[in-house]
Design a protein around this ligand. Structure first.
Ligand SMILES: [Zn+2]
Length: 70
């Protein structure tokens, strides 16, 4: 039960960090990290802490990359 509570607290913080364009792991500015073409309308961002994000250029929002996208 304790782990469920922790997840409920962490998820909104991660969403908030990504909303600010920051890495959820190290808090670095994702606009300054390594950027690659992903597919049309999306960019793959690899943070210096090795977390991978997908940037939606239309929505201007970040999300964590799925394992299949890394
Ligand atoms: Zn990071």
């Amino acid at each position: 039960m304790a782990t469920k509570v922790v997840k409920n607290v962490i998820a909104p913080i991660q969403m908030w960090l990504m909303g600010q364009g920051k890495c959820v792991g190290c808090g670095k500015d994702l606009t300054k990290q390594k950027k690659e073409e992903h597919k049309k309308g999306f960019e793959k961002i690899t943070c210096s802490c090795r977390r991978v994000y997908i940037y939606d250029t239309a929505k201007k929002s970040y999300r964590r990359a799925l394992l299949s996208e890394v």
